[in-house]
Design a protein around this ligand. Sequence first.
Ligand SMILES: [Zn+2]
Length: 116
Amino acid sequence: MTTNYDEVRHNLITMLEELDERLTTITHDVCHADEDVEKDSEEQATQNENNEVQDFLGNSARIEIAAIKQAIARIDAGDYDVCQTCGEAINPERLKAVPYSLQCIKCASLTQSIKV
Ligand SMILES: [Zn+2]
């Protein structure tokens, strides 16, 4: 493994920090909304909807954070460009597009649920 992934690693850490910040904001908003739940049913419905959106954002941010942390660990372990499913090399173009890809395109297209 001679490829130097320092820059990728740096980018991943920056992404991680941004996501952490976003997640903190989302979590904070959810807590805040829980504190002053309006009794008016229309308001209540709106707040529930907001919470669902925030839950969704929170979950996708958490999935992304987990994937990025794994990618950083894989750079450190030296198997960053190895597909976690079939063990083949992941296309460098794909890693450029999605720097926290865990799988090659072939395997990723078989696992539609998570697009990383
Ligand atoms: Zn694969």
